[in-house]
Structure formats: C-alpha cells, structure tokens
Write a protein that binds this ligand. Structure first.
Ligand code: MOS
Length: 733
C-alpha cells in the first residue's frame, strides 16, 4: 500500500491539460488594468527625456509611469542574497539593455501594449562592456551563495603547483560557456491588488512566495503580514523566478498609482536580460596526472560575468573540490562587472557549466594518457571527500558508471577519434561524471486530520511543474498510514507554513522532510488520542504497538479509525505544525548526488552539424519519491544538456550591449526533432544522513555532465576538441 516510489501521474496533470489550472497571469481579478513595460535599448547611460504625451492621449490609458512621476518607494529595493538589486522607475540611470524605464497602464492589454509603443525615450548612451574577456583585469573574488549556504570563493588543498610539476601528463586549457537565458514556457507575470493603502495581494509566477512577500514589504515599508502572495502553478522557472525582479515591484507600484489591480506579464523579448540568465564563464582547468592516470593536481578557476550593481557568482569550480581523489586541489571563483542585467541561478548553476570544463579536461587527459575515459574516472574515484576529508552521506557513483557503461555499450567505443561512421556520418561516444549538491534547507508544514478520515497537508512551497503536489501527497500518505487518495496537499501561498526557495533541487528533500515529520507527528497525536480515550477500542493499548494502515489504527486485534478518533474529539480537524531542518549530524558528511552520463553523437563531416542520437544517464539520487516524476526531471535535465552543448547562446551585440537572440526563433532550445533517445535510470540509495526524507533531489542532476559527455562524444567522432559552447557547425568546419 506504500505510495512513495510509485510512478503515480501528476495530480495536477488533468487541470493543466484542460486549462483548468490558473497560472499567475490567468487569475481573474475584477477591475484589473493591464501594465506593459517599456525597456531601454541602451545598455549604459542616463535617461534624458521620456515623451509620454502621445501615449497618454490614447483611449483607455490610465497612466504612463516613468522615473519622473513614479511614486517614491519608501523602503529598500534589495535585501540579503539571493535577493537581487532591482530597478523600479526610481532614477534615471540605465544599467543594462532591456532595463524597464517606463510602464504603460491601460484598461486592456492591447491598449497598454499600443501605448507602450508610443512612449519616446531619449537616452545618453555610453559604450557598454559586454564580454568577460574584455574585463579580466578587473576580476575580483566574491563569496558564493549556493544551495542556501555561503561558501568561500577559493579553496586550496595540498599544493597544486607542485602536483603539476611532478605530473607525467598535463592538461591546461580554457573553456567557455556563453551567456544563456532561461526560456520557460510561462513568462514572468505578476498581478498586484491593493486591499488597503498598506495591504496588498500578489499572484506571481515565482519559485518562492516568501521572497516576493519580503521584497514587497521592504520596498513599500509595510509589515510582511500585510503582503499575501500566491503561486499555484508555474509553467517552468529553472532559477529565473527564484528572485523577485523589477517587474514585480513595478506591478505593485503601478497598482498603487492607478488605484486599480494591475496585471503585468513580460513579453518573450523582455525575458532576455531583465530576469537573470546564466552568466558567461571563462574557466581555466589544469590537470596533472601520473602515467597510470592517478591525479596529482587539479586546478579549476572560473571567472563569470555579473552586473554593475549586484553580484551573482556562477559557482563553476565548486564541484572540483569534491569529485575526484586528488592530493592537490585548488579552486578559484572570480567575477567581472559588465553592463548587463544581473545573472542568476540557471538550472544546475555552477555544476552544469563547471562540469563542461572539468569533464572535458578529464577527457583530454584520458586521451593524452591513452586511457579509457571511464577507467580514468574509476582510477580517481573518491571514497571520501578529497578536500574536506569527510565521508559522503552515501555515494553510488561506481554503480552508476558500471550500469551506465553496460546499458550504453561503452565497450564499443573506439579509443581512436574519427574511426566510426554510420550512414556517412561520423559516430562518437563520450561520457562524463555528474554531481550536484544534495541541498536541504529548513522547511515547515501543517497537517490536519479531518472528520471524514482524510488529511489536508500544506506548505508554502512551489510546484514548478516538477510534481510537488503529487510527491508530497505520497510522502504524507505513507507517513500517516493513509491511501494516497485520502490526502490533499496544497502549496503556493505565503500564509502557509514557510518553505525554502524551490530551487537548488531541494524541494523534495526539504519540504518532503517537513511533510514526513509533520505527518509523523500527526499520526502520533491521533494514536495517543485513541489509546487515551475510554471510548476507543484501543483504549489502554501502548502507542508503540499501534499500527496504522489505510486510516485504520490496530493493536492487539482491536481497531479504531482516524475518522472516529477525530469525531470523538469534537469533530474539529486535528492539526499539527512542525518543521525539518539540517542538524549537526549532516555536517559530518559531504552531501552530494552523483551520476554518470553517456552520449552518442552523429556528426555530418561536410556540414559540421551534430545530432545527439542517444543518451544514457544513470543517477544515484537517494530515495526516489515518484519514479515517473523523478525520471521526467532527469530526462528534462539531459535534454537541456543537448541545448547547452549545441544550441543555447544569448548572443549580444557587442557595440550596443543588446541581446540579439531574444526570442525562441533565435534563442534555440532543443525541440523534439533535436532529441534522440534519452534514457535516464536510477540507482536508488538508502541515505539516513542526508535528510529525514532520504532524498537528494533530481531537478538539476540530469544536466550535470551532460554537455561534457556530448562534447567528448564530438571529439571521439571528429578528433576536434571544442572548448567553447555551444558546438555549432562553424566550430567544426
Ligand atoms: Mo534552480 S537554477 O536552483 O531554480
């Protein structure tokens, strides 16, 4: 009767495919006006003049709000990281292209869109700096905030310089990942509705309702309790909706200014630059090894782009601290300031871009030593964390390698590049290691047993489309001893118990643990009520001997039901609130999820086009809560790897500082025709240390190592080592 692990379909699936699910912008708010942003075409400079007269004359226009007439926000526009500094029409500085400089508000979306087009903006432009390479001399170290923790930008274990000197083979190369832009199907959207001068409700497409609540409370200097934020459905986010950006404040500001609820949605073009993206990274990797492949030195230095006014660090070198057994490991993170919008977390921030560099370098080292790339990884298998000397909470990477190699047919890979063809195309095989932190942050939940014997469980977390509604009901059902159908899990409301950002692959781990502990406590409370109640058939039984199945409490051949316990206790729902948080125990371990990626590519020798014909990924993610949704997550990550390796690139005009590839025709993500066979598999782990739910998270792991496996396969197919993503045909010709 267990629910956890079963491949149940998403509970919200029907609502989504029938259109019954209301995404943030679709919430019906009577009397709502529509806001459309006007954004800067200049990347650096100052607003000189904004002529709003033509726009203001149009029918239905309620206001054209610019820095000239916008209400002054009494509070702060930014808080602690991962909160971002935003622009909310408060001054005339232009800090990046596509920065909001005005907002048109009208009674219909069409009228607001038209009015926004009539706003004339004149700006004084200065030449922008857009490329990391042009600013390397101004690079500086900065703390990293990853997975809810602060980490040092640099690490040194042993002496990497000496290790390099003593090595028999050395690889020293630079790798580059271009700026990339999240492209969820649902763009960012906010509805703001002031219920009183100091009381506001927002429907926002967000990964964290509490961050939106705090941001609005800070900006408008009102109590947090007066801000109510709801996010019931999200059409993809991948990190860009983790921090509330300018448009959220602007929607609330506009609603206040026009005295009506306001709906604001970004256009696809407006998503490029204004709401984060993966920053460009330039990474230097140095590997030194003995003849037998034993690593003697590993150095990984990453420099990534940030904005003029805020800092986001792409933590590309973090994994190098933990992934291979090596006595001498050095890592560094640097950032450079450019005239761009602040970058942010983008699926597997750090690990995906960093694994491209490190795992490409490992492939280069294997080739230099004439070793099999998988054998090289096994030779350097880390039994304990090489930097911190700690054991892993669990690690099944060896099984991932073995199982992946078997399923993929790794033994058929020719060591010599360019030695296999299929139907006139060059065929290549590559592999890479995947690793991603098993993050766990404090989370809370409430669970209620209702008089009908069904349970209602809530936590203010988010379902990004990943299956949170479903898996939390599964966890709750098992913890309570109820059938899955008897549990209703609800989320996405800032008035519910607090949950962490739905990012860093930590929702299942954190909220899952909170739900597990809270429902366990509710079960305990109900059992105690039963055994203490003279009217219960279980009266006098010991709580430890009571078993609960299908809502029936049984001991010594006697039984009671949840429904009867609640009814006898006065017909009111019986409620428990509790939380889960990392403790001291967890700190004794390095908590990582691992996997092995294998890719087969076909490269056209004349056209330079690459097709990923097959991918096999085997992942060890702790406990799998739902085999179907977890598999979907891993598959989505692997498919994203195809995009990262071959397609994704926010192309800047380097003179103007504008992103030129700012729609889905120019910014390419894999479509069905780009995707061959993608096969994710699990090695399930019992991990008692990582968190109460035993979950490591699957949202990002599938992308880690995927681009490197593809790039390594391209090398095997062609003999060409491409160190700058994406691997477009021009680079192979
Ligand atoms: Mo994810 S990039 O941590 O939302």
């Amino acid at each position: 009767m267990k629910s956890v692990g079963k491949p149940l379909v998403r509970i919200d699936g029907r609502a989504k495919v029938t259109g019954e699910a209301r995404y943030s912008y679709e919430v019906q708010v009577p009397g709502a006006a529509y806001a459309v942003l006007v954004t800067s075409g200049v990347a650096r400079g100052r607003l000189v003049e904004i002529d709003t007269s033509a726009a203001e004359r149009e029918p239905g226009v309620l206001a054209i709000i610019t820095p000239r007439n916008a209400i002054r926000l009494p509070g702060k526009l930014h808080g602690e990281p991962p909160d971002r500094v935003v622009q909310a029409l408060q001054d005339d500085r232009i800090l990046f292209s596509n920065q909001p400089v005005a907002v048109a508000v009208a009674d219909t979306l069409e009228r607001a869109t038209h009015a926004a087009l009539l706003v004339r903006v004149r700006a004084e432009a200065e030449p922008p700096s857009i490329r990391v390479q042009d600013a390397l001399d101004r690079a500086f170290p900065h703390d990293i905030v990853a997975g809810g923790r602060k980490q040092e930008p640099d690490s040194a274990h042993g002496d990497a310089a000496r290790g390099m000197r003593e090595a028999d083979a050395r690889i020293e190369q630079a790798y580059e990942v271009p700026p990339e832009t999240h492209s969820p199907m649902e763009p960012h959207a906010t509805i703001a509705l002031w219920n009183a001068p100091d009381r506001v409700t927002l429907y926002d497409s967000s990964q964290w309702v509490f961050a939106v609540r705090n941001k609005i409370a800070n900006a408008f200097a009102i109590p947090k309790e007066n801000v109510h934020v709801m996010t019931k459905f999200v059409g993809g986010a991948f990190g860009c909706k983790g921090s509330p950006w300018s448009h959220v404040i602007i929607a609330a500001l506009a609603a206040k200014q026009v005295g009506r609820p306001v709906k604001l949605v970004l256009t696809r073009q407006q998503m490029f630059g204004m709401v984060g993206g993966r920053p460009q990274t330039v990474q230097a990797v140095a590997l030194g090894a003995k003849k037998d492949g034993q690593l003697a030195a590993l150095r990984h230095e990453s420099t990534s782009a940030t904005s003029r006014f805020d800092v986001f660090v792409e933590a590309a070198a973090l994994q190098a601290r933990h992934i291979y057994a090596c006595p001498n490991i050095e890592t560094k993170h640097r950032v450079v300031r450019l005239d761009i919008g602040t970058p942010t977390f983008m699926r597997a921030p750090g690990e995906s871009s960093g694994s491209f560099a490190l795992e490409s370098a490992m492939d280069e080292l294997a080739h230099a030593l004439a070793l099999d790339p998988l054998a090289l990884r096994l030779k350097n298998y880390a039994e304990i964390d090489p930097s911190e000397g700690k054991p892993f909470s669990s690690k099944s990477l060896r099984q991932c390698y073995t199982e992946g190699a078997r399923r993929f047919g790794w033994d058929k890979r020719p060591a010599k590049p360019r030695s296999q063809t299929r139907e006139g195309l060059l065929l290549g095989m590559g592999m890479a290691t995947a690793s991603y932190p098993a993050n766990f942050s404090p989370a809370s939940a409430v669970a209620r047993m209702l008089p009908d014997g069904s349970a209602q469980v809530e936590s203010g977390t988010i379902d990004l489309g990943t299956g949170t509604y479903t898996v939390m009901a599964q966890v709750a059902a098992d913890a309570l001893g109820l059938p899955y159908e008897k549990v209703r899990f609800d989320l996405g409301d800032s008035e519910m118990p607090e949950a962490p950002i739905s990012a860093g692959s930590m929702t299942a781990a954190s909220v899952g643990s909170a739900v597990l502990l809270t429902c366990g406590a509710l079960r305990e409370k109900l059992v105690q009520l039963a055994v203490a109640d003279p009217a219960s058939p279980l009266h006098g039984a010991r709580t430890e001997e009571v078993r609960v199945e299908e809502g029936r409490l049984a001991a010594q051949g006697r039984s009671d039901t949840y429904a009867d316990v609640v009814r006898r206790a006065g017909e009111k729902p019986i409620e428990v609130r509790s939380k889960a948080a990392p403790g001291e125990e967890r700190k004794k371990y390095t908590n990582l999820a691992f996997g092995a990626q294998f890719a087969e590519v076909l490269v056209d020798p004349d056209l330079g086009s690459v097709r990923v014909s097959r991918m096999v990924g085997v992942f060890a993610p702790g406990r799998v809560l739902n085999a179907r949704t977890a598999r979907s997550q891993l598959m989505g990550g692997m498919v994203w790897g195809i995009g990262m390796a071959l397609l994704e690139h926010s192309v800047y005009d380097e003179k103007l500082g504008r992103i030129m590839s700012r729609d889905l025709a120019d910014y390419h993500v894999p479509g069905n025709a780009d995707v061959g066979v993608v096969e994710p598999y699990f090695i399930e782990e019992q991990d008692e240390h990582v968190n109460p739910a035993g979950v490591k998270g699957v949202g990002e792991l599938g992308l880690c190592g995927a681009a490197a496996a593809i790039a390594n396969a391209v090398f095997n197919a062609t003999g060409r080592r491409i160190r700058t993503l994406p691997i477009t045909p021009d680079k192979l010709l």
